[in-house]
Every structure is written in C-alpha cells, then in structure tokens.
Design a binder for this molecule. Structure first.
Ligand SMILES: [Ca+2]
Ligand SMILES: [Ca+2]
Length: 413
C-alpha cells in the first residue's frame, strides 16, 4: 500500500519518543566567533537579540561585488550548494535531475556522490531539491535529502550514509517523512539543521496558484509550512507546546505557518536566526525572519499586502516580512540566501544576500532596504556557503561562481 505522509509521521513520532530539550549544538554557530566559545550561547544570543531589536545598525554602503567562476561546465541544472562540515574543503552540488556532485580542490569529480535519478520526478519545480549534512557528519557520515519521488511527485525527506569511499554515498535510503503533493509546483525543497539540532524543512503550499485549498493556513496540513523534525535518538520526538499552535490542532513538526513557497532558507551562523525567502504569487517577493509558532500570512497576504480579500484582509496575528520587493522589470521569484558571515568581504559582513531567479540580480538587505549588489545573467537557483562561510552563486543554467569583492584578489584554491 502506498504510504501517505500523516501516518508515516505518526509512526515516526511514536518511535522516537517524546523527550524535550535537545542538546544545543553550537559547533556550526561558533565559526569566526571565538567569543562564542568562551561565553554561554544563550547569554550571547540574548544580547544579540537585544542589539538587533534596540540598536540602530550603522549605515552601510552597498558592497561592490564580482563573480569568480568555480565550475563553468559539466553540471546539469544545479540548484543547491553546500559543504559537509568535515574540513575536507569540498563543495557538494545538487543537480535537479537527482545527482549530488563533488567539487574537490576546484575540480568537478566525474563520479557523483549520489545518483537517485531513477527514484524521482524532475523538471519544472520537481526533482532533487535539498541536501543537509548532519552537524556531526565527520563522525557519523549521515546526510539528508529532499526530493519529489517518481510516479506521484510526493515530497520525500530521506536519510543516506556515506560509503567507505568519502567521495561516494552508500545506497541505502531511510525515509523520514513523505508528504503527498497535490500539484507539481510549489514543493519548497530546502533542508538545513537549526541551532536546536533539528532538521528544518521548507514546504510550499502544494501548488497550482493562489493556494486553492488554503493549505498555508491549515493547521493539519504540512504544506505551506516550515517544519522541523528530529533525526537523533536524543532529540525530541515531539515539539513542545510552546504556544499552542501545534500541540492540539496541528502536527508537532510544524515550526511556523503561512508560507507560499519557501524555496531557500538559512540560519544566521552568528546568532541562529532563521531567514526565509518566500516566493510570492504575482506581485510581491518577501524576506522573513521566522520564529517558532509565527504565522507568516499566506494566503491572506502576499508580502505586506492583502491577497485574500484584496482589501481589508484579517491581518491580526500575522507576522510581516522583514523586507519585500515588487515584480518590476524581469523580477519574478525570490531565491533566499544567507547572512554573510565569511571573512573575505568585510564590508558584506552581516548583510543578508539573496537574489531573484528571473532578473539574475544579486541583492542585499542594506540598512533595511533591498539593494541590487550585482546584476548577473544567471538564473539564480540558490546561494550556498563553504566551510568558511564564503558565498557561492548557483546558476541553474549550469555554473557555480564564488561571490567576491569587485577588486579582490582571486581566492586561493
Ligand atoms: Ca507541489
Ligand atoms: Ca508572508
């Protein structure tokens, strides 16, 4: 019998128990922040939150950026880039058609790390969409993928394990979550580990246009949400009832609701804040900073504007985006990025960098405003970070470039 998402989740929750308070994994948030190794993280996070809330940020000028090509041929429809956190310096590139490729020392390895092209449906917004390595990958070899499976296009979140060859994955798949998809588009796709050690999943509203069945607001639907799921035995099997959003009415996996298609999101490596780029319907693209239990408004609102109804919509209890931009020129869909925390571009430090898939513009949130940092001819499928927090641009047309300062010397590789 075909598995469906909801019973699968219930079985998974039952198996993993109902512990609380996960171990707070700080390794990935201590990069470039030696002070974090000496002070309790909760204290610093609190201080940083205060600074964020109460201190005006110093005025910045938009940094001048350039692209340093890394891979220009040999990739087919790349749509994500990440690293394994294993100090190998390798970049892992996700191809939509179902392969994970390795860039090692600047060279694209011919043999893929993983090839699941026979397992999935691909094309348009379907395919292999997300990849996240376990924070302890160097020790345990575990990693996770998000894809739309063959035949019915359902979203699958699955675990894999590296083989004895560090450049090849093992073949065995352990499925954590299966979520039926009513339409081929708006599948979300992002995976990333949060500061709580849980695996976060971006789920679109299921598709069509205008969220016809209102899944974004539906507490029982896993579509139109940011989810988080436990992957470790010591992690909580159920998310605690912190505000009543999920405990009685919805699924414990729901972290926040009201999203249309949160294609790419990331956690700020300094303070753990969750930044989401939520793709708009016809007019407004939005950037959200997301906290547990928040309702980010879709299908009621598109950006800061009423969508249903188009005037006097019920905005109470909804969280506005931190920024938005309009579909002007060729802009059509936001590709969420990263708060830059690398070292090679000091003037970019702390800036949220993102882009638009259609216009090819690399943009930044500078002094709270959306600014174009660099126009490109790319189809910006994603941004990605290496182990040092340096940023890369993933062009869906088949290339990878490192984002650098305009006048900077080439990065040694
Ligand atoms: Ca869908
Ligand atoms: Ca919203």
């Amino acid at each position: 019998m075909e598995e469906t998402g909801i019973p699968k989740i219930q079985r998974y929750v039952k198996r993993t128990g109902s512990h609380f308070l996960p171990s707070f994994k700080t390794d990935m948030y201590q990069r470039h922040s030696p002070v974090l190794t000496r002070w309790p993280c909760w204290l610093l996070t609190g201080c940083l939150a205060c600074l964020w809330t109460f201190s005006p940020l110093p005025a910045q000028s938009a940094p001048q950026l350039a692209l340093d090509p890394v891979i220009v041929k040999g990739l087919t429809n790349p749509l994500f880039l990440t690293h394994a956190g294993d100090h190998s310096g390798r970049l892992f590139i996700v191809e939509q058609g179902g392969r994970i490729r390795i860039v090692d020392n600047g060279h694209l390895r011919q043999t893929p790390f993983l090839d699941i092209s026979t397992k999935l449906s691909s094309g348009s917004e379907q395919g292999l969409l997300g990849l996240a390595f376990h924070p302890a990958y160097q020790q345990n070899g575990r990693y996770f993928i998000n894809y739309t499976r063959a035949k019915d296009g359902a979203t699958v979140i699955a675990e894999y394990h590296v083989s004895s060859n560090p450049h090849r994955s093992g073949p065995y798949e352990h499925r954590l979550l299966i979520i039926p998809q009513p339409y081929r588009n708006h599948n979300g796709g992002m995976l990333a580990f949060g500061p709580d050690g849980l695996l976060y999943v971006g789920m679109g509203d299921g598709g069509a246009g205008g969220d016809p069945e209102n899944r974004g607001q539906a507490p029982h639907a896993l579509l139109g949400k940011i989810l988080r799921i436990p992957v470790d035995p010591q992690a909580p099997g159920r998310i605690p009832n912190e505000n009543g959003v999920t405990e009685q009415e919805g699924h414990p996996e729901i972290f926040a609701l009201g999203f249309r298609n949160p294609w790419r999101f990331s956690f700020d490596a300094l303070n753990g804040q969750l930044w989401v780029g939520d793709v708009g319907q016809n007019r407004w693209e939005e950037i959200d900073v997301v906290r547990f239990g928040e309702n980010h408004g879709w299908w009621i609102m598109e950006g800061r504007h009423c969508f249903r109804p188009t005037t006097d919509c019920a905005t109470q209890g909804l969280t506005d985006p931190i920024a938005e931009y309009h579909h002007e020129g060729s802009r059509c869909a936001i590709t969420g990025g990263y708060v830059y925390r690398g070292v090679h571009m000091p003037s970019l430090y702390g800036t949220y960098v993102f882009g638009d898939y259609c216009s090819g513009e690399i943009m930044g949130l500078v002094n709270g405003k959306v600014e174009v940092l660099l126009p490109t001819a790319a189809r910006i499928a994603s941004f990605g970070e290496d182990e040092f927090g340096e940023l890369y641009l993933v062009d869906h047309q088949g290339s990878i470039a490192r984002i650098t300062h305009k006048a900077s010397t080439p990065h040694p590789r």
